[in-house]
Ligand binder design. Structure first.
Ligand SMILES: [Zn+2]
Length: 250
């Protein structure tokens, strides 16, 4: 199926409280999809992070809940990849207890990845996994600007972030990134909290986020969750992506 121009995937990492209080209601208002990648890592901090019952509300609102591992450790080395299976299952078990279906999407903690862990995800039935903008673009390039996601080229278990939200983004920065969504290529955003109290370098101010979402709405973007990309992807998509053999540790 042909990918419409202006197709955008919004993803949100770390199960930050503002995902439920700020981001989700705004997306819902505009009929947009989105993927919330959840982890147990900071859940004891109930002021800043969602618990499992609250995460279930995101699912009930129609959003995708994805797996971001139990402990938010890196899985880039062969040794660390051995831990991934158990890290996935622990999150899946808690989601099942609150009625959320087994995730089909994963996001790589710290945006680090390796070929052994890709195999673990494949064997565990995951269809998509989102990484960061690196290593395609150097970290010193325009802040937050990453490669586009081309489902014909990129393996679905290493979907690049086309935009990694930073606190200083203006609407103009956002447009620079999102207006590239055309010719079969998808723009994938990686957000954290909106705002993010515990991790200020990752925060997006709510008033900025509102501007971004309104821009998408006013300009008729096709805003979907990562799992929704499935309908555009052929079963052997990304088979020859050289990055599927690569390891990324910043
Ligand atoms: Zn994370």
């Amino acid at each position: 199926m042909k990918i419409p121009d202006k197709t955008v995937v919004l993803t949100f990492d770390d199960s930050v409280r503002s995902h439920l209080t700020v981001a989700a209601p705004l997306l819902k208002k505009h009929g947009f999809g989105g993927t919330f990648f959840v982890t147990h890592a900071w859940m004891d901090d109930t002021n800043n992070y969602l618990n499992w019952e609250e995460i279930a509300q995101l699912d009930k609102m129609g959003f995708e809940v994805g797996n971001h591992s139990w402990s938010h450790i890196a899985f880039a080395t062969p040794k660390d990849a051995e831990l991934l299976s158990n890290e996935l299952v622990k999150v899946e078990y808690q989601l099942e207890k609150v009625g959320v279906p087994k995730p089909v999407s994963f996001s790589w903690p710290g945006n680090q990845f390796g070929p052994e862990a890709v195999e673990v995800l494949k064997n565990a039935g995951y269809l998509f996994a989102r990484r960061g903008p690196q290593p395609d673009v150097p970290e010193s390039s325009v802040v937050g600007l990453g490669p586009l996601y081309d489902p014909e080229i990129n393996t679905p278990l290493l979907v690049p972030s086309s935009g990694l939200a930073v606190p200083g983004w203006t609407l103009s920065d956002f447009k620079t990134i999102v207006d590239r969504a055309k010719n079969g290529q998808i723009v994938v955003f990686q957000f954290h909290g909106v705002p993010d109290g515990r991790h200020p370098p990752c925060t997006t101010p709510p008033e900025r986020f509102k501007e971004f979402v309104e821009y998408l709405s006013d300009n008729n973007f096709n805003v979907i969750s990562l799992r929704d990309v499935k309908k555009y992807v052929s079963p052997d998509a990304g088979k020859n992506d050289p990055i599927s053999k690569a390891r990324f540790v910043p």
